[in-house]
Design a protein around this ligand. Structure first.
Ligand code: FRU
Length: 521
């Protein structure tokens, strides 16, 4: 028996307790305090980045950085789940284990439709995972592959690994796509300390040729990790696409700690060139753009192989921050993913911006709807006080107009005595999320606080959507132009919204609240 097979069997026995009830776990297991009901979490133990997201044969696959043995970072392996609707996830056994002193770091997966690897069997295309091997006994990271012939249920590491090795200590997180114009695979991979993204090409996922590098540019305070590269449609009647390069940064994001920046430009099969449209003047060609202004959106990457008939670019991020991720007081799991989101680009007064909306499948979880239109803010507050929402899982869509001269509006979500999360918008275009009195905040000095988003459209009109889960809030402002993702850990069970600022001079054009049903088994 090979050492890897023995190791897999041993792991299987150790993990038997955790996974013996697959695929239907007892539902009490998913009703612990703060257990997200709308967002993906592992049944138990530590999770960080989403990995290997790919759609194949009716299933969305979500792999993730996982510690099978504990609730802190370590022994990195690829956990695995599948979904048919992006909301309800079925847990599957760990796909790729740490083995021979090599941890399985972040990476991607593709369907090898043309069997360029030769891993396919009986005319069925293989799924191929491309990940970073992180060596625990020497300072080395290189790129490796593994394949599956059974819809991702079991995986074989390629005997010829590594497939790309530059002898670097930090060189990771390969994101691979099929580039049709050049009929080749293109890998986008981070050279973290250099603040560079490297591009490579391959005919078969096994041999790689260096194409070009991008960076340093934009935000260079933190190391660069988890890149992604994809074409994206610009909203509007005319068909127009630009290329988006995603670069997650380990620190130095606007709200502090880790965050997700992006660049808009062109990719010609060899090189990514940053846009220098009139809105992105040459004088500031490397201005950083941020996908999310909250504290808790990191390592976001997109799904591969979404069918053309669907046509969406979908992604999600890890809903935590490296500054305190290991200390968030949830058990027996630690960390959740953001909601899956649909992406597009929009031409705004500031230039092209990444637009995000919750995946439309979320609507399937809506149950009771409460609706108010054409009211003053004071009337809305009375209405909100009498709402008998039974669910802590809520979606709100609001359209508000402040009177001339009123500079600030606010929305407070009270969850208990002296306990709330507050959103504030200034007429100058700054949005602020304050979680300093939002419940449990004292587990880490960096968790508490108020965080600003300076890129909200200025003016008196406010239009936004909020998704509230048991321990998170996601704001999609101005039809997805500004996103703010934030954890909060309420101690109380109340869920009361109230408008603040000058409610009597606030016109509520529309306020819709849906109670959502849990997506847990
Ligand atoms: C990002 C990251 C990746 C790495 C993984 C290890 O959060 O540091 O660069 O592959 O986590 O778990």
């Amino acid at each position: 028996m090979s050492p890897s097979l023995i190791q897999s069997i041993v792991y299987g026995l150790i993990l038997g307790g955790a996974f013996s009830t697959f695929p239907c776990q007892a539902s009490e297991a998913y009703r612990e305090p703060w257990r997200p009901q709308l967002h993906f979490t592992p049944a138990k133990n530590w999770m960080n980045d989403p990995n290997g997201m790919v759609f194949y044969d009716g299933e969305y696959h979500l792999f993730y950085q996982y510690n099978p043995f504990g609730d802190k970072w370590g022994h990195m392996s690829w956990g695995h789940a599948v979904s048919q609707d992006l909301m309800r996830w079925e847990h599957l056994p760990v796909a790729l284990y740490e083995e021979n002193d090599i941890m399985i770091f972040s990476g991607s997966a593709v369907v090898d439709w043309n069997n360029t690897t030769g891993f396919g069997r009986n005319g069925t295309p293989p799924m191929v995972a491309i990940y970073t091997g992180h060596y625990t006994k020497k300072p080395l990271q290189n790129q490796q592959i593994a394949y599956s012939n059974d819809r991702g249920r079991t995986w074989t590491k390629y005997a010829g690994n590594p497939v790309l090795d530059i002898g670097a200590k930090d060189f990771r997180d390969p994101k691979v796509m099929w580039h049709a114009p050049t009929q080749s695979w293109v890998m986008t991979v981070a050279w973290p300390v250099e603040r560079k993204i490297r591009f490579y090409a391959s005919p078969d996922l096994k041999t790689w040729t260096h194409l070009s590098d991008f960076g340093p540019a934009g935000s260079t305070v933190g190391i660069w990790e988890c890149p992604d590269l994809f074409p994206l449609r610009v909203e509007g009647p005319a068909w127009r696409e630009k290329w988006v390069l995603i670069v997650n940064v380990g620190s130095g994001a606007p709200a502090g700690g880790s965050g997700c920046q992006y660049f808009v430009g062109e990719f010609d099969g060899t090189r990514f060139t940053l846009d220098s449209s009139p809105h992105m003047p040459q004088t500031r060609p490397t201005q950083a753009l941020w996908a999310d202004w909250g504290r808790d959106f990191y390592a976001a990457v997109s799904w591969s192989d979404i069918p053309k008939s669907d046509g969406r670019r979908l992604w999600l991020g890890w809903m935590s921050n490296w500054e305190y991720a290991n200390d968030v007081p949830t058990a027996p799991w630690r960390s959740a993913m953001s909601l899956p989101r649909e992406l597009s680009l929009r031409e705004t007064s500031r230039g092209l911006r990444l637009i995000q909306q919750p995946a439309r499948e979320l609507k399937k979880l809506r149950t009771r709807r409460h609706r108010l239109s054409s009211a003053t803010g004071s009337e809305a507050n009375t209405w909100l006080r009498t709402l008998q929402t039974k669910s802590p899982l809520l979606e709100m869509a609001a359209e508000l107009d402040a009177s001339p001269g009123v500079s600030n509006i606010g929305l407070r979500l009270t969850t208990g005595a002296e306990e709330s999360v507050v959103l504030r918008w200034s007429a100058g275009g700054i949005m602020n999320l304050d979680r300093s009195r939002s419940g449990k905040v004292d587990f880490h000095p960096k968790f508490s606080g108020a965080f600003e988003s300076p890129e909200v459209s200025p003016g008196r009109r406010h239009r936004f959507r909020l998704i509230i889960d048991t321990s998170s809030i996601e704001l999609f402002d101005n039809d997805g132009e500004t996103c703010v993702t934030s954890l909060f850990l309420p101690m109380g069970k109340d869920r009361l919204f109230q408008l603040e600022g000058a409610p009597s001079s606030l016109k509520v054009k529309k306020l819709e609240i849906w109670e959502l049903r849990s997506a847990m088994p």
